[in-house]
Design a protein around this ligand. Structure first.
Ligand code: MN
Length: 290
């Protein structure tokens, strides 16, 4: 088979799998190809669990190549699970159309519109609206102007609304790169609470920003130039409300396989009480061929 035919088959297979248009699938695969040529390989893995208490898993997750997303739906019997899934889908489509920081920001806005649209159609939509958090990382390769002679490492672009989080493990150190939108996070920023006090505060679940709640929403955005060996963690609050930062860090630093690290984190959170849905994405940025 010619390279061209094999390539077209890959594009069609991706389009069938993701629901993207042929053009969007082509663009996404080209992007991944650019990253591969620049010597990077992304290995994503995901794990999720309803936990020990809740009846329904309202978290949704996507870990596919260059896009990692976790959304934590709210609304109980009234459709938090649908809200998180719709939001993830909207973000995926926007990033497939434009694998850029702007694509991610547009995706968050599209997620807001999509959740509000289903909320309008719900029976009994007069009560509290459904909503969801969203936390995502897009691995954004160098633009068309970047030359192969001067390769640039891809950017890790994180966007978030609400209290689902993005962390970066680099040199065995764990750093949070997302910004919580919660009442206790505001108090920490104002110097009225310590991080430790916030972590056990009874009202730590109260969000100041969420997808689907207001007519418009803006995400926080953080960009980090990637390095080979970086490991990303995207998670819902069911993880960090059950496990201390050091427990999370040591599992990530000491577990080689992303798959195993994701599963272990979810298992530990459920063992520690599992009072909420737990969702974790772990993705490694490695030199190609490593
Ligand atoms: Mn949660």
């Amino acid at each position: 088979m010619t390279t061209n035919r094999r390539w077209k088959r890959r594009v069609r297979a991706r389009a069938a799998r993701t629901g993207e248009s042929y053009t969007a699938a082509l663009r996404a695969l080209r992007q991944l190809e650019v990253l591969r040529m620049r010597g990077f390989k992304i290995t994503p893995a995901a794990a999720t669990d309803t936990g020990a208490v809740r009846a329904v898993n309202e978290d949704s997750v996507l870990a596919e190549g260059d896009l990692l997303v976790v959304a934590d739906g709210m609304g109980g019997q009234r459709g938090g699970d649908v809200a998180s899934r719709v939001a993830v889908d909207a973000l995926r489509q926007a990033f497939a159309a434009s694998a850029t920081p702007e694509g991610l920001i547009d995706g968050v806005r599209a997620a807001n519109d999509a959740v509000r649209a289903i909320d309008d159609e719900r029976p009994g939509a007069t009560d509290r609206p459904i909503g969801t958090t969203i936390a995502a990382v897009g691995v954004v390769g160098p633009g068309d102007s970047s030359t192969v002679a001067e390769p640039e490492a891809p950017m890790l672009v994180a966007v978030n609304v609400g209290d689902s989080r993005v962390y970066l493990l680099r040199d065995r150190q764990l750093t949070r790169i997302s910004t919580d939108h919660s009442m206790v996070a505001d108090l920490v920023r104002a110097g009225a609470l310590s991080e430790d006090e916030a972590a056990i505060h009874p009202e730590r679940h109260i969000l100041t920003r969420a997808i689907g709640v207001a007519e418009t929403v803006e995400p926080d955005v953080a960009e980090v130039r990637s390095r080979p060996g970086d490991r990303l963690l995207v998670c819902s609050d069911g993880l960090f409300n059950e496990l201390a930062p050091e427990q999370i860090r040591s599992v990530l630093a000491d577990t080689t396989e992303p798959d195993r690290a994701a599963t272990t984190l979810v298992e530990r959170a459920v063992e520690a009480g599992g009072r909420d849905n737990v969702t974790v994405v772990v993705a490694d940025i490695a030199p190609a061929g490593a």
